[in-house]
Design a protein around this ligand. Structure first.
Ligand SMILES: [Zn+2]
Ligand SMILES: [Zn+2]
Length: 207
């Protein structure tokens, strides 16, 4: 069984997900965007030992609490190869006039098809470029964590550095819309949805 806790953190309302394996209490944090103390308190309350911190991509609103969560948990930091340099250089934070602690370098570079294993839980890495070059979604246990690639009735913006609209649409159509209707989608911002709901009603996927 999967433990799943969703926290909405920071000024951009980023979704941080804490995943845990009921069987051995190993855990994973997806996108520690901000509010490290809130994330760490929830990890503690859930009784999890965090093994991995997975970044759907490197934008500031998804990594603002990375340094602190990494320091406290000692977990490995995993990000797609094509996104790793965003941890050193933050054009977006400069753009937005934000400052935040320099994040640690990644411990693990991910590729499409890699798997992340947390206790008895298994997640596959889907490389979904378009919002950013090394954006990923994580698929497993009947759910997909979609980062800023796909939202509830929305799609990721492509006007930021490294964004590409055609690439984004291709990622959504070839990697996400091929999943079963009942797959729950947990996006990087906003409420969860399902693949079927988006397939039928997402206005950005039609016309
Ligand atoms: Zn983003
Ligand atoms: Zn975001």
């Amino acid at each position: 069984m999967m433990i799943l806790k969703n926290l909405v953190v920071g000024p951009f309302g980023s979704n941080c997900y804490i995943i845990g394996s009921e069987s051995n209490k190993e855990g994973m944090v997806i996108d520690p965007g901000d509010e490290a103390e809130v994330i760490l308190r929830n990890v503690k309350d859930l009784g999890l030992e965090i093994r991995s911190i997975v970044l759907t991509h490197g934008h500031i609103d998804h990594i603002g609490a990375l340094k602190e969560v990494k320091e406290v948990t000692g977990a490995e930091v995993a990000i797609h190869t094509d996104e790793a340099k965003s941890l050193q250089r933050q054009p977006l934070s400069t753009l937005l006039g934000l400052s935040y602690p320099t994040p640690p370098p990644p411990d693990r570079l991910l590729q499409d098809g890699d798997s992340m294993d947390i206790g008895d839980l298994h997640f596959g890495v889907l490389h979904t470029p378009g919002h950013s070059p090394g954006g990923i979604c994580l698929l497993g246990q009947g759910v997909v964590f979609s980062g800023d690639t796909l939202f509830n009735y929305g799609i990721g913006r492509t006007d930021l550095p490294g964004g590409n609209y055609n690439q984004l649409m291709n990622s959504i159509h070839t990697k996400l819309m091929t999943l079963p209707d009942e797959t729950t989608v947990y996006p990087g911002h906003g409420p969860d949805t399902t693949i079927g709901t988006e397939r039928r009603g997402n206005p950005f996927l039609h016309g």
